[in-house]
Write a protein that binds this ligand. Structure first.
Ligand code: G6P
Length: 614
């Protein structure tokens, strides 16, 4: 959701900014821009679209900025104003001396803008960010000091922001600040980095300072001063990041998404390795900091999440209720935060987020924490803002996921939910030992079963080719795989832009069946278990309306051959674990359809991997 970078030091800044922005492209790719200090001037370069357009824009200017050692950069996911060059960051004040990049939303920008216009400021863009440039510049007129101007300006700003600001009258200086948006400072010898996320600078330094809300950092090549907006000095706390600089490579796959789908067996193995040793031994989950007594007494769980994580949460509800007999509510974070909710100190609140940054989920988690609930966070980013709110932190360790469409992080969230549910069931004694043992055994062999699916992906590719011309797609399932239908449909929507919808199969006849004719593909998720026969009947109903029927099944039932036009078979698995198996072919169908349609699979239009605005 926009990414910012900044650098002040002694090295040429251009490559540092562009490489940093490349690592942040997952946050948006509507436009990009940089501002660099060139002697006593600040020069701004911008381009619409992907970063490669900015690189092209910059190539004729490379020599004139080659000596610059201070600069800021931005990659945009448009919120206010279309993705045009004018709306691209950095934004400047009217004299052009002050430049700013911003991630977040300035909520009172309209009021600020009206006020600034009466003072003579001329706005050129439709963005909320431009108000910051004019406002700080106004304060600079009074203070003649960039840090002081930023402190005064942020007292008038409402909303969320991470800001990096430069002024040509104070060359080779960077001022950064944040509120409810991520910002981390990288510390090296005689140089400082600032960024929305660590990958932007990890290849240069693993020493970092996480800025807290309302703190302002002023950096030159060899000085760093952090203070709060009232001027109280803050002692910097440098953390050593556990990160390795990773060469993000597709490893021979055409897209990151396909590579990440193939990494899923190892992702599961990595999670299980020190938590589930064998079916006879208890699950080890030291990350859960609730005492055994509290766990036993727990009478309610609330799960909050967005997007793909929300689908993992629905499956989490199903298994926690089945295994542990505790009532679980699941709600989209964006809905949860604006109503009166009843979580309290007797509720366990689980926040699920691959990025650990999603604004809605972060706000929901903070609200619940204020009400005294124990907060358990399931995330792929143990260094994220959400992780910092956690009383218990389940880090899913899926590794960096580059493709905007989440795949391996979803499987990792599911695996973590299974471990959590089985762990709680063991403590509460709510499951029969033989069932528990069997599920643990089945979990240990899940990676091989996914490998079998991946080895047979040509059949799935054929299915994708056959249906890639469709404009609509319906996925049906019941019970534990209803969220799988939602997630399969979401994957297809996200990367192919086909109008795909997941329905509980029993609901088909209450409306959606009206849409069925010989043009509509209906994919039935038919996993053996308690709802198998019911979904089969619902599929018959769809077939009777001439729909193009596809089965995703682990049954070898010959009856299916007459009912379905295309059958994707997956290995047998206990129904309760089947969502981990069933999602893989659906990820592949979405991938191959998008690829056949020539879509930008890893960076689909309008999306971003990390959504830091509400
Ligand atoms: C964005 C991403 C989705 C993701 C959702 C929630 O919309 O494009 O893939 O599921 O945010 O993100 P989170 O990081 O909280 O899981």
């Amino acid at each position: 959701m926009c990414g910012i970078v900044g650098y002040v030091g002694y090295k040429p800044v251009l490559d540092i900014l562009l490489d940093g922005l490349e690592q942040l492209e997952y946050r948006g790719y509507d436009s990009s821009g940089i501002a660099v200090q060139c002697q006593d001037k600040v020069k701004v370069y911008k381009a619409v679209g992907k970063l490669k357009n900015l690189r092209e824009e910059l190539s004729p200017h490379a020599y004139e900025i080659s000596k610059s050692t201070t600069g800021i950069g931005h990659i945009r996911w448009a919120t206010h104003g279309a993705p045009t060059v004018v709306n691209a960051h950095p934004h400047t004040c009217n004299c052009g001396k002050l430049v700013v990049v911003h991630n977040g939303i300035i909520e009172n920008y309209k009021e600020l803008k009206l006020n600034l216009e009466t003072k003579g400021c001329k706005f050129v863009s439709q963005t909320d960010t431009e108000t910051v440039a004019h406002l700080v510049a106004q304060k600079y007129e009074i203070t003649k000091n960039l840090t002081e101007a930023v402190k005064l300006a942020t007292k008038e700003i409402e909303g969320a922001y991470a800001l990096a600001i430069m002024h040509s009258d104070e060359p080779n200086k960077l001022v950064v600040t944040k509120r409810n948006a991520p910002l981390v400072i990288g510390v090296a010898n005689n140089e400082f980095y600032a960024a929305s996320d660590i990958p932007a600078f990890i290849k240069h330094t693993n020493r970092a300072i996480y800025l807290s809300d309302n703190q302002v950092a002023t950096m030159t090549a060899n000085t760093l001063k952090i203070e709060d907006i009232d001027g109280n000095i803050i002692e910097p706390k440098i953390e050593i990041l556990p990160w390795e600089p990773v060469a993000l490579s597709k490893m021979g796959y055409k897209h990151f998404m396909l590579k990440e789908i193939h990494e899923q067996p190892d992702v599961i193995r990595n999670i299980l390795v020190d938590k589930l040793h064998s079916s006879e031994l208890p699950i080890i989950l030291d990350e859960v900091k609730l005492t055994k007594e509290t766990l036993k007494d727990l009478n309610r769980i609330q799960i909050i999440a967005c997007g793909t994580s929300l689908h993992a949460a629905f499956i989490g509800k199903y298994i926690i209720e089945s295994f542990c007999a505790i009532p679980v509510d699941v709600e989209a974070s964006s809905e949860y935060i604006y109503r009166k909710t009843v979580t309290d100190s007797h509720t366990l609140v689980i926040g699920v987020s691959q990025s650990g940054e999603t604004a809605d989920t972060l706000t929901a988690v903070k609200q619940s924490k204020e009400r005294g609930s124990h907060i358990l966070i399931i995330t792929n980013r143990p260094d994220s803002a959400m992780a910092r709110e956690a009383d218990s932190l389940l880090s899913v360790n899926a590794g960096i996921e580059v493709s905007v469409a989440a795949t391996k992080s979803y499987i990792a969230q599911l695996t973590s939910f299974y471990l959590l549910a089985l762990y709680m069931a063991e403590i509460k004694g709510t499951m029969k030992p033989d069932i528990l043992e069997n599920l643990k055994h089945e979990m240990l062999v899940l990676p091989q079963k996914i490998e079998q699916i991946l080895a047979n992906k040509d059949n799935i590719r054929d299915c994708a080719r056959k249906y890639s011309g469709t404009r609509d797609f319906i996925y049906i399932a019941r019970g534990i795989n209803y969220p799988t239908a939602l997630e399969g449909a979401l994957k297809l929507k996200e990367i192919s832009y086909i109008n795909a919808t997941g329905y509980p199969a029993g609901e088909l006849k209450h409306g959606p069946i009206a849409m069925l004719d010989e043009t509509m593909p209906v994919l039935s998720i038919l996993m053996k278990g308690c709802v198998y026969d019911k979904i089969l009947s619902n599929s018959e109903e769809a077939k009777a309306r001439n729909a193009r029927m596809i089965a995703l099944t682990n049954s070898s039932d010959k009856k299916l051959d007459d009912l379905f036009d295309f059958i994707i078979r997956v290995p047998e698995v206990d129904e309760l674990l089947s969502p981990i198996i069933a999602i893989v072919p659906l990820q592949l169908i979405a991938y191959y359809i998008a690829e056949f349609l020539g879509k930008d699979v890893d960076q689909p239009r309008n999306l971003a991997k990390s959504v830091t605005v509400e």
